[in-house]
Design a protein around this ligand. Structure first.
Ligand SMILES: [Ca+2]
Length: 130
């Protein structure tokens, strides 16, 4: 089985993600019960060029779901430096504040660097269809 989380902080982040998306139970229960619905929409990385620790972002497919929120990246606040977008027709928007607050920046494809303006600044994010 592939390594799913880079570190314990990431597990807390995923629990938060499942909570934010309204799934019941623990991340373990959600991953088995909702395996058919949830996919890895994107992978966030600690460093530029997809380096360092990684954080899989599980959500429903962007092309069949409305905007989905991770309102607080928890242990991954102020960490994200690059993003690999896996979902189809998926735009990932990073926010400098929790609950989609503050400054925002959208990514429509893999980004080896989120830019000086957003490096280590994201505290929440959304997935939407484009
Ligand atoms: Ca970083």
């Amino acid at each position: 089985m592939a390594k799913r989380f880079g570190m314990k902080k990431a597990l807390a982040g995923v629990a938060g993600l499942m909570l934010a998306l309204g799934a019941a139970g623990t991340a373990e229960a959600a991953s088995s019960a909702a395996a058919a619905e949830y996919i890895v929409v994107a992978v966030a990385y600690e460093h530029a060029n997809y380096g360092g620790e990684s954080y899989e972002l599980w959500a429903r497919p962007c092309d069949t779901t409305g905007t989905q929120y991770i309102n607080d990246l928890g242990g991954w606040n102020n960490h994200i430096s690059s993003i690999d977008i896996r979902g189809s027709r998926c735009v990932v928007t990073l926010f400098s504040g929790t609950y989609a607050g503050g400054y925002r920046k959208s990514f429509y494809g893999d980004s080896s660097y989120v830019g000086n303006d957003f490096n280590d600044r994201a505290r929440s994010l959304t997935f939407s269809k484009f």
